[in-house]
Design a binder for this molecule. Structure first.
Ligand code: IMP
Ligand code: MG
Length: 178
């Protein structure tokens, strides 16, 4: 295990099961839809790559990158687009793929942004959800796992741009960020 990890919260096997369950739900709900999965860079990449291969339907994918975090563990609440979509979303059913919802500011912004671009529908699929930390009301359509208020890394999730490559999700030792 990585030396900065205190303990593993979700193992590789558990992640696989969670992703399979979400993929089946999406497959059921979207089988007659013209849809696009929009991954939020960079945290969602691992999740998106695993999820999309399990959804046996025709769809396209795109990515968007926004920033609201500095290098710390708390959201600033301000959101900027760093890399915009490359495909049009007008009249498409969009599923936003996110690693984790914390304050909710990032997804609140993206959902409004996609709605303003006239997506037909905008739903949210998040691997992790920390509802205790919510600062803005958002409707989450697909949640992999609800977690307590702890800072996690791995499987795409970072702290200071590190640990994204870990195949499991772990809790960082507090000494790493204090
Ligand atoms: P929100 O705007 O506060 O909901 O922030 C969501 C974003 O914050 C996610 O896309 C992550 O990049 C980051 N984030 C929130 N909590 C964690 C965590 O526990 N570990 C790693 N990144 C996190
Ligand atoms: Mg992120």
């Amino acid at each position: 295990m990585n030396k900065d990890i205190e303990r593993i919260l979700v193992s590789e096997k558990e992640l696989e099961n969670i992703v399979n369950t979400l993929a089946k739900k999406i497959e059921n709900d979207y089988n007659d839809k013209d849809f696009i999965m929009v991954g939020l860079l960079k945290g969602s990449i691992t999740f998106m790559v695993d999820l999309m291969r399990k959804v046996d339907l025709d769809f396209s994918i795109d990515f968007i990158s926004v920033s609201s975090y500095g290098s710390g563990t708390k959201s600033t609440g301000r959101v900027n687009i760093q890399k915009d979509l490359s495909l049009p979303v007008e009249n498409k059913d969009v599923i936003i793929i996110e690693d984790i919802i914390d304050s909710g500011h990032t997804l609140d912004f993206i959902q409004k942004y996609l709605t303003a671009k006239r997506a037909k529908s905008v739903k949210i699929c998040t691997l992790f959800n920390k509802p205790e930390r919510r600062e803005t009301e958002i409707n989450v359509d697909y949640t992999g796992m609800v977690i307590p208020d702890e800072f996690i890394v791995g499987y795409g999730l970072d702290y200071n741009e590190k640990y994204r490559n870990l195949p499991y999700v772990g809790i960082l030792k507090p000494s790493v960020y204090s």
